[in-house]
Design a protein around this ligand. Structure first.
Ligand SMILES: [Zn+2]
Length: 134
C-alpha cells in the first residue's frame, strides 16, 4: 500500500525531529495536494499503523487539503481548478497544464510538548488516558 510507505516516512521524520529537540510530538500537520496521488483516508489509517509502538503513538495527523491552482496564459491569472479531471481555466475555458500548486505532500508543522522530566520514571497522565480509550 502506497500510503503506508508515505506514512512511515512522515513518522520517521517526525521521530527524528522529536529526538533532536527532545520533545514529544502530539500532532503532525501535513499539506496534501489534490494531485499528490495520495488518498487522505488511507493516509490517516496508515499513519496510525505507522505510529504503533513508536514515540508518536497516539499523536494526530492533521491534513490540510490543498486545491489545484493552474496558471491560465489566456487570462494571465492563477485559477483554482474546481476538478482535477480537466485542466482548463474555469473562467475562459483555455486548456492549461501549468500547475502552480496541488502536488504538495509536505509536513509543515509539528505540535510538540516538552518532555516531562518525570516521563522516564512514570507514564504521563495524558498517555495513560489515551490507553484507556483504546
Ligand atoms: Zn483563463
Amino acid at each position: 500500500m502506497h500510503e503506508l510507505s508515505i506514512a512511515m516516512g512522515i513518522v520517521d521524520a517526525a521521530l527524528e525531529e522529536a529526538r533532536q529537540r527532545a520533545v514529544h510530538v502530539t500532532a503532525v500537520h501535513l499539506r496534501l495536494g489534490a494531485l499528490s496521488g495520495v488518498v487522505k483516508d488511507a493516509l490517516l489509517f496508515s499513519y496510525e499503523v505507522a505510529c504503533q509502538d513508536t514515540a508518536l503513538e497516539g499523536s494526530q495527523l492533521m491534513v490540510e487539503e490543498v486545491p489545484v491552482i493552474v496558471f491560465c496564459p489566456q487570462c494571465n491569472e492563477r485559477r483554482t481548478l474546481p476538478s482535477v479531471q480537466l485542466f482548463a481555466c474555469p473562467e475562459c475555458g483555455a486548456l492549461t497544464g501549468q500547475i502552480v500548486q496541488g502536488k504538495e505532500l509536505e509536513v509543515f508543522a509539528l505540535e510538540v510538548e516538552d518532555k516531562d522530566p518525570e516521563a522516564g520514571k512514570f507514564d504521563t497522565p495524558q498517555l495513560r488516558s489515551e490507553e484507556v480509550e483504546r
